[in-house]
Design a protein around this ligand. Structure first.
Ligand SMILES: [Zn+2]
Length: 115
């Protein structure tokens, strides 16, 4: 695995991070790994903004785990497929306007999918 060229100072991160000190840290991490929208995570756990939701998993190297769990995001999309037309906008709506979801739907030029 490649080394991060800009490693995060863990001690400094922990002293400044609201999620590290949050009493519901495990729930926040679980929601992040399960592709819940960072905006809604920030809202529910009263975090400052989406950036603060991203900072914590970045510092702790949780992004690869989340990317391996892309199935969770796809399951959420498929569960909605019978109720709504699935298109790129629905994908972004299901998993949040994240870089990952944008990557997921990039190149999606076909018609919307309905089941
Ligand atoms: Zn943290």
């Amino acid at each position: 695995m490649d080394k991060d060229p800009n490693p995060v100072n863990q001690g400094r991160h922990a002293s400044e991070c609201k999620i590290c000190a949050h009493e519901l840290r495990q729930e926040i991490e679980r929601d992040f790994i399960n592709w819940r929208s960072p905006a809604s995570i920030a809202k529910q756990y009263k975090l400052k903004n989406r950036a603060s939701v991203y900072r914590h998993p970045h510092a702790l190297g949780r992004f690869p785990k989340r990317q391996r769990n892309v199935r969770a995001a796809l399951e959420r999309i498929l569960e909605r497929a019978s109720d709504v037309q699935v298109n790129a906008a629905a994908v972004v709506s299901a998993v949040g306007p994240t870089r990952e979801s944008m990557r997921l739907v990039s190149g999606w030029s076909g018609p919307s999918i309905s089941i």
